[in-house]
Design a protein around this ligand. Structure first.
Ligand code: PLP
Length: 380
């Protein structure tokens, strides 16, 4: 049976069928060496192992697993999600035009604005989850690269990857999709036509809030852009360490199971809060009244563990509710096994985030416990 016909559960549980051919071990070893010997004829003793920056076995095992989950020809790990995003943008030639979705993860916007200004990249930001705006922006600016984030953080806007790819490709551009909140279990962006898919593997892919990592995957591993990114990683030196790669493999073995549970619980919590008298709005693509629900149904097999809840009464009530939650840790990030909550306006006060918005990352705890915690917190 080919790997592509296997379910993500099977691929992940078996780490894509990994067996250490030297020891027979069913998990890879962590090899800390950064340099690898040659024999007396100057040939590398192991043809794949040369020097740490050019890739080591445990990282290749993690990348192979990610490529299989993503249905991609190639995947590469970076030392954080931002390192993966910046690797793409740094690879754009001077004078390129970059069209980027607005109101996405604030770190992406912030870094890209600064980099584009310093390095002669024309940056255009627009609300690309609206396909009309996407088409108009592409027509007006003929971008070399279009960057979308779906579902977006923290607005949970859904951008139709398939329709976006058609528009961008017709104009000769490339499409990159940050699918961190979906993970490859819920959305395989390359199958819908994205040229590169990106994830912060720090989030649900690792899932245990103890690794910083980023991943890029593509089916066009011969492209100029992919070659530039690969070379920049090896020579520029932004590589992940072997222990982090090993932890990722361990985390990914339960990724589909965790995502299934988180999505189920998030859906229940979103339904419950959407009907709560003290809640103004809930942003979750699994809700029927969500603007992106139809697109989400097309490209997501479930709707993930991330939602935003706008509490009635603005910042004061939102912060009071946040402070009264007992089971949700008040911490940034998302996708871990433990539930988290964050008042996003505190972090990015000038980007239009409603003052009453609490971003919620649902973990794998019991759904009824989490719902009861919200009920008591809202009542405080
Ligand atoms: N993309 C999204 C959607 C994110 O939410 C984040 C972090 O929160 C990143 C990228 C950046 O990832 P990292 O923190 O691993 O650098």
């Amino acid at each position: 049976m080919s790997n592509n016909s296997l379910s993500a559960h099977t691929i992940a549980a078996q780490a894509a069928g990994f067996i250490d051919r030297v020891s027979g071990a069913v998990t890879p070893a962590i090899q800390p060496a950064v340099t690898y010997a040659r024999d007396r004829d100057n040939a590398l003793i192991h043809p794949d192992n040369f020097y740490g920056r050019y890739g080591v076995e445990v990282t290749r095992v993690a990348e192979d697993l990610l490529a299989k989950l993503e249905n991609a020809k190639a995947a590469q790990l970076h030392p954080s999600g931002m390192a993966a995003i910046s690797a793409i943008i740094r690879a754009l030639p001077h004078g390129s035009t970059l069209l980027m979705q607005s109101q996405i993860y604030w770190g992406t916007t912030l870094w890209t604005r600064g980099y584009a200004e310093r390095h002669g990249i024309k940056l255009v930001e627009a609300e690309l989850s609206d396909l009309g705006v996407l088409a108009e922006s592409v027509a007006n600016h003929a971008p070399d690269l279009v960057f979308i984030e779906t579902p977006s953080n923290p607005w949970l806007r859904v951008t139709d990857i398939g329709e976006s790819a058609k528009i961008v490709h017709k104009a000769g551009g490339l499409l990159v999709a940050d699918c961190t909140a979906a993970t490859p279990v819920l959305t395989r962006a390359l199958d819908f036509g994205a040229d590169i898919v990106m994830h912060s593997a720090t989030k649900a892919i690792n899932g245990h809030s103890d690794v910083l990592a980023g991943v890029l995957a593509t089916n066009d591993s011969d492209s100029k852009l992919w070659h530039s990114i690969t070379e920049d990683r090896a020579v520029g030196g932004a590589v992940i360490g072997p222990f982090e790669a090993w932890l990722l493999i361990r985390g990914m073995r339960t990724l589909p199971l965790r995502i299934e549970r988180m999505s189920e619980t998030a859906q229940k919590l979103a339904n419950h809060l959407n009907a709560h008298p003290l809640v103004e709005d809930v942003f979750y693509p699994g809700l029927k009244n969500h603007a992106g629900h139809a697109s989400a149904q097309k490209q997501m097999s479930a709707f993930g563990g991330l939602l935003s809840v706008v509490v009635k009464g603005g910042a004061e009530r939102a912060l009071a509710t946040c402070g009264a939650l007992n089971l949700f840790h008040r911490a940034t990030s998302l996708g871990g096994v433990e539930s988290l909550v964050e008042h996003r306006h505190t972090i990015e006060p000038n980007t239009g985030i409603p003052e009453g918005l609490l971003r919620v990352s649902v973990g794998i705890e019991d759904a009824n416990d989490l719902i009861a915690d919200w009920d008591q917190a809202l009542a405080c």
